[in-house]
Design a binder for this molecule. Structure first.
Ligand code: AR6
Length: 204
């Protein structure tokens, strides 16, 4: 029961809304965004992003789910990468996953609160993941809500960093990507993305 790209609905913004838009419409981005609610390991796309830790050797949350489905060869390739710094990204094959690649990024730990350092690191995760994807020819990429689980980044703040960074990357590199999918797992996150997507990808 995997989900192929052509079955994942595209985000279509509607005009209106109570808050002023942070961005104007860029018609070149029409059809390039999706909000998908469910398990990222089901997505049959070019690349899924993993919210990993610095060791890249696996863990809980989405990282655990990805390693379970991908199988032991993923851990073997990860072990050859010598870890990953916060805000950086490294790519591997997808092995048992329907996705061709996994892009492992390490989000900031935010249990001590969110300051400039955490904010900058979270933005780097999204930007470096997209750069790594396009450098490897991946044209469809799905993100989980990086750092907002075990790492404790408040989801209502993280959503803005995620959406702003993807919007800015696509403004500059829309020709390199067909689709960016925000994969939400919790109902609360679905609501947050639903509320905030029109501010970053408005209809007008
Ligand atoms: N598909 C999509 N999203 C998921 C899935 C899934 N199968 N499972 C969980 N999520 P977390 P972090 C959501 O904790 O905060 C690991 O141990 C989850 O609901 O996975 O960056 C690593 O090894 C949440 O919205 O990642 C690190 O040590 C989001 O994924 C640490 O956790 C991220 O939550 C990283 O913590």
């Amino acid at each position: 029961s995997t989900e192929s790209l052509d079955k994942i609905p595209v985000w279509t913004p509607t005009a209106g809304g109570s808050e002023p838009n942070r961005y104007q419409r860029n018609e070149k981005l029409d059809g390039k965004i999706s909000l998908y609610s469910g398990d990222i390991t089901k997505l049959e796309i070019d690349a899924i992003v993993n919210a990993a830790n610095k060791t890249l050797l696996g863990g809980g949350g989405v990282d655990g789910a990805i390693h379970r489905v991908a199988g032991p060869l993923l851990k073997k390739e990860c072990a050859s990468l010598h870890g990953c710094e916060t805000g950086e990204a490294k790519i591997t094959c997808g092995y048992g996953l329907p996705a061709k690649y996994v892009i492992h990024t390490v989000g900031p730990i935010a249990q001590g609160g969110v300051g400039e350092e955490q904010k900058k690191a979270l933005r780097s995760c999204y930007k470096n993941s997209l750069t790594t994807a396009t450098e490897n020819g991946a044209r469809s990429v799905a993100f989980p809500c990086i750092s907002t689980g075990i790492y404790g980044y408040p989801p209502e703040q993280a959503v803005h960093e995620a959406l702003a960074t993807v919007r800015e990357y696509l403004d500059a590199h829309h020709d390199k990507l067909d689709r960016v999918i925000f994969c939400v797992f919790l109902p609360k996150d679905k609501e947050l993305y639903h509320q905030n997507l029109p501010l970053y990808f408005p209809a007008a």
